[in-house]
Design a protein around this ligand. Structure first.
Ligand SMILES: CC(C)(COP(=O)(O)OP(=O)(O)OC[C@H]1O[C@@H](n2cnc3c(N)ncnc32)[C@H](O)[C@@H]1OP(=O)(O)O)[C@@H](O)C(=O)NCCC(=O)NCCS
Length: 170
């Protein structure tokens, strides 16, 4: 299969935070943010694979900054690496200052999707060719994240997670 670049399937969504989407402290409810990120990441995985994609795991979520009601939230999702049938999607979340318009990063997350056919059987996806420096860094680190996720899911023996083990051997 021909390699594709992350920018070909990048998905950017911008939406605001309504009162019904907040917790009792008037900040964006975490579950609402997870759903927004999942939707953007799904579109990215679908654009890359041209298949139905299902969320296989949420590998990492960092709620670094609380997002107040009324905020304008931009979510950028792009493929960081593909394997055989799975795709790691990296999600960056930004909020913008109302007066200056300056955008700051609020949160990030990493999801894994699997492309499936109509019977939900996993199917192969195109490889990804990172272009920018950050895309290359995320591509390189994705193998460790995959191994960690598979070990935690009980789908890989810790002794087989060579890339992950190398982190602790240095
Ligand atoms: C995700 C799913 C398709 C995987 O099916 P499976 O029978 O475990 O398939 P396999 O073991 O062959 O794994 C398929 C791929 O998923 C990856 N995978 C499975 N579990 C994973 C996990 N916890 N973390 C990272 N990758 C995972 C495998 O590594 C493999 O990737 P590869 O082909 O690139 O090497 C299946 O578990 C499923 O349908 N889950 C439900 C999904 C769902 O309902 N999501 C929420 C709504 S969309």
């Amino acid at each position: 299969m021909k390699a594709k670049t992350p920018s070909e399937s990048r998905t950017i969504t911008t939406d605001m935070v309504m009162p019904s989407e907040t917790n009792h402290l008037n900040y964006l409810f975490g579950g609402e943010l997870l759903a927004r990120m999942d939707r953007a990441a799904y579109i990215t995985a679908r654009r890359h694979s041209r298949r139905i994609a299902v969320t296989a795991s949420v590998n990492h979520v960092a709620f670094n900054t609380a997002i107040p009601v009324g905020s304008v939230v931009t979510i950028e999702a792009q493929i960081s690496r593909t394997f055989n049938t799975s795709m790691e999607v990296f999600i960056d979340v930004y909020i913008e200052d109302r007066i200056s318009g300056i955008r700051t990063k609020a949160n990030e997350a990493i999801y894994t999707f699997v492309a499936v056919d109509d019977t939900l059987k996993p199917v192969e996806v195109s490889p990804i060719e990172p272009e920018t420096e950050i895309e290359k860094q995320r591509y390189d680190a994705a193998l460790r994240r995959r191994q960690l996720s598979l070990v935690l899911a009980g789908k890989m023996k810790p002794s087989e997670a060579n890339e992950l083990k190398a982190l602790f051997d240095n």
